[in-house]
Design a protein around this ligand. Sequence first.
Ligand SMILES: [Zn+2]
Length: 448
Amino acid sequence: MNTSNETLIRNAGLVLTMDDAGSEMSDCDIRIRDGVIAEVGQGLSTDGQVLDAAECLVTPGLVNTHHHLYQSLTRAVPGGQDALLFGWLQTLYPIWSRFGPEEMYVSAQVGLAELMLSGCTLTSDHLYLYPNGARLDDTIAAAADIGMRFHPTRGSMSIGESDGGLPPDSLVEKEAAILDDCIRVIDAHHDASEGSMCRVGVAPCSPFSVSRELMRDAAVLARDKGVMLHTHLAENDEDIAYSLEKFGCRPGQYAEDLGWTGDDVWHAHCVKLDDQEIDLFARSGTGVAHCPCSNCRLGSGIAPVRQMRDAGVKVGLGVDGSASNDAGNLVLEARQSMLLQRVANGADAMSAREALRIATRGGAEVLGRDDCGQIAVGKRADLAIWDMSGIEAAGNWDRAALLLAGPTQVRDLFIEGRRVVASGQITSIDLPKTIARQNAMALTLAEH
Ligand SMILES: [Zn+2]
């Protein structure tokens, strides 16, 4: 039996490193040891396992910066299929209010497995409702069991229907209890060290579901604890109108006033940022989780990603919740981001290489991970191996153009040096059994 904790990925057809120079290397080996990339080059040797990658493209693992994993239990719900954002939420809230710890765990595993198969090695999650005893810990356990590098965020809602908010009162929490639980989960699970598999963030759901005070207190708490801040911002026209009416300012101004800008903050969507807000994000180092499929699905618009990138805003990708995509395939999300910028700005507005860089290095930068998102010695061994010998890439002249013609699932995936997908199969959990559990739960929820 081979007891070495070393793996050599041998003879990769092409390696896209996503390093600062954007290096691309043909016929390249990668040696990984103790969860870290130990060596990159040609003719390397090992006393550990060897994995041939001759027909493959190797990229850093993709990074997902926005998700609501629990929603994988409510995909394609009929009443929510064709509604705008606020109507969509009002259809789904009553269903989500029947979730509990087991629903959170199983739906998270399904969502995480779907991400892994599409090349993702690091994902954030935004869980903002805790019915029937559900806790952030349920999703943290799901990620640990499947082996995903995880940035869960402790979301929250505090303004229910009786206070003029959108969610039913049964789904909102008292603000003091929210802050107490943020402290609890950070103390229990947050690991700030290099190579961390779990970093917790603080994430009120959106400016229209919590008070101004909670937004401000959350920012103070996050900075006190040294964790990141996340929320939804400027998602669509209704969102902007709400901000102008309720707060007397645009979302960017609201965020800045409450301490919600900086390199420890990232906002989901930002479809409607104007020039001043883009400038604010660039100056302050505030990140954006761009969710192109969800923005299409809910008719929200096309985020100004070209303008953001040109201004120097950090941009990563997000599949968003599984109830508003309703897929969770991150490499397809990257393709969609490339296509949408071309719709808005012309065919030369975003290359396949740039979109893939956003999906890897870009996401890692948004999540504050300089130890992830690139293939270089000393970085974490998070690698996606794409088999370019199949039908999708047949006739492809440029393997780096994965997003134009290539597979939409990985052959192999390494997270922290562990082979969590092998030959297209998740290795860490019994996926068919988990899917069966999920479908049984969906049926029960639908029958209610
Ligand atoms: Zn979202």
